[in-house]
Design a protein around this ligand. Structure first.
Ligand code: BYC
Ligand code: FE
Ligand code: FE
Length: 472
């Protein structure tokens, strides 16, 4: 079995593309569409080259290569984690059976739907981040943005490969649609809510990579458990790249909070607006927004879709093999958030229909670690203020709380009161305009914008003042 991709090919891959001429031709005919989509919807800032990590191997050690490359020459490739020939399905009614190498006919529609939804988010995020380059706070940050962008582009390739290789003509059509829907489009928007929101500034970008890419991490984690082995192996490899996206979000918000705290302490004031930093209340509002729209990405607290996916062996749980139960869950139950007689409460449902809640719970616990980290920065600065995750009922468009309005503390509000007060909790036009006004580009080597602290470490052992990006 080949593991090292062949870089002499048009499409680097470790899936033996050269031996499947039909598939190769299909992908090669999709490739120009991808490249023209990248040119019209991808990063807008022109650059000569960027210090990028390119996936080159799937082995445990050294899976990536670093070097300056012109972005259009980035080698988007198709990599599946190594195959475990003895792998068996870990959950659901097919538990213990050999993992599928081909799509079982009865699950074709469901698998295709999961892959299309996953695939739709990847280019959507690139579109959302298109204009951030021109307002980057440093070359280091600019490079990280582009790294995230090329890898989300590669994740699109990963899903398009599965569609082309396993779903016939319908799969090829869906692969085309992935380039035709666009984030925020009136006629053909992206499928999931969060991917039609704007990412107009770098605070939004850091919150997005913290909260929304983290949904990606958890969803990929469940698809990595899939009985459909090619999907499992694809997601396993994507998760490697995702670690960097998590790092960008976590340390990005760290650095904003750090700088704000510094300015607050130096000037002995809570109001840093005139001082060129982003006030904690505004950071909290951005956090509230990105967290709540990301909670919506988990679907309803109860869902027959997710129960069916699990029973069929298509989508597992986070760290399925660490769970100490029968991995079938037919007789188990779970408490989920619910609206009971108009009040925010919990109700007991079957564990299978509650699986979106199970995953969301893992996600929330992970999100809380970021908040604790940011609060430590505030604490170390000697400040009493703290950031917090809003209540699950706050600003929801999907699930049990979609029909009500609540404060970040979880108290119910009338629609009128919500309309009147939501500016206390979500970014207002004034907040956004202020944040946008700080986004003056700093694209000189070793320099950084005043609203954010420099990173503790550079990329791949390089210093902060390395020439990460050569502009044109
Ligand atoms: N917006 O049964 P329900 C990533 C729909 S992020 C709009 O409760 P289910 C990334 C739902 O589709 C990870 N519609 O939902 C991050 C369903 O529609 P139908 C992306 C929504 O199916 C950053 C209906 O409402 N991957 O990788 O249990 C950068 C009833 O819903 C939304 C995946 O999500 C929404 N937020 O769960 C780059 C994995 N939520 O059937 C990349 C694949 C729900 O009535 N997707 N709906 O037409 C899934 O596993 C599931 O489809 C979902 C929803 C978790 C999304
Ligand atoms: Fe991705
Ligand atoms: Fe990502």
């Amino acid at each position: 079995m080949t593991t090292a991709p062949d870089y002499s090919e048009k499409i680097p891959n470790n899936v033996g593309l050269a031996e499947d001429r039909r598939l190769q031709r299909a992908l090669e005919s999709w490739q120009p569409d991808f490249l023209s989509w990248w040119e019209s919807m991808g990063p807008a800032l022109p650059t000569r080259d960027v210090y990028l990590r390119t996936a080159v191997n799937v082995g445990r050690e050294g899976w990536a290569h670093f070097g300056h490359v012109p972005m259009l020459d980035y080698r988007w490739g198709i990599f599946l984690a190594e195959r475990d020939p003895g792998r068996v399905i870990g959950f659901g009614e097919h538990k213990g059976e050999p993992a599928w190498q081909q799509v079982p006919g009865e699950y074709r529609a469901d698998l295709q739907r999961l892959i299309v939804i996953q695939g739709d988010t990847e280019p959507a995020s690139v579109e959302q981040q298109r204009n951030l380059g021109a307002i980057a706070p440093s070359l280091y940050d600019l490079r990280n943005l582009f790294q995230v962008n090329v890898e989300e582009g590669r994740h699109l390739w990963a899903m398009v490969y599965l569609l082309h290789a396993h779903f016939g003509r319908q799969g090829r059509e869906e692969a085309g649609e992935l380039l035709h829907r666009n984030s925020g489009s009136q006629d053909a928007p992206r499928i999931l809510g969060a991917f039609n929101e704007e990412t107009p500034d770098w605070l939004s970008f850091f919150m997005f990579t913290y909260f929304t890419d983290r949904d990606g991490k958890y969803q990929l984690g469940t698809l990595k458990e899939s009985g459909f082995d090619p999907l499992s192996r694809t997601c396993e490899f994507m998760l490697k790249e995702e670690a960097h996206h998590m790092m960008v979000g976590t340390t990005g918000v760290d650095r904003v909070v750090e700088r704000t705290a510094q300015v607050m302490v130096e000037n002995d004031t809570d109001d840093v607006t005139a001082l060129g930093a982003i006030g904690l209340p505004v950071i909290q509002k951005y956090l509230n927004f990105h967290y709540s729209v990301s909670l919506d990405l988990f679907g309803g607290e109860t869902s027959t879709n997710v129960a069916n996916y699990y029973t069929a062996g298509l989508k597992g749980r986070w760290l399925e093999d660490r769970r100490k139960d029968d991995h079938k869950l037919a007789d188990d139950s779970i408490m989920v958030d619910a609206l009971v007689e108009g009040e925010v409460a919990q109700s007991e449902v079957s564990a299978l229909t509650g699986l979106n809640t199970d995953l969301r719970r893992e996600y929330i616990a992970d999100c809380q670690t970021g908040v604790s980290r940011w609060n430590k920065i505030l604490q170390s600065a000697g400040l009493p203020q703290r950031l917090a995750l809003p209540h699950a009922a706050f600003n929801r468009k999907v699930g049990a709380f979609a029909s009500i309005e609540a404060t970040p503390a979880g108290e119910l509000l009338s629609t009128e009161e919500w309309q009147r007060r939501k500016g206390e909790w979500l970014p207002t036009d004034v907040d956004k305009t202020y944040v946008r006004s700080l986004m003056q580009p700093v694209l000189e080597r070793g320099k950084i914008a005043a609203w954010i602290a420099p990173p503790r470490n550079g990329i791949n052992g390089k210093p902060f003042d390395y020439d990460y990006v050569h502009l044109t």
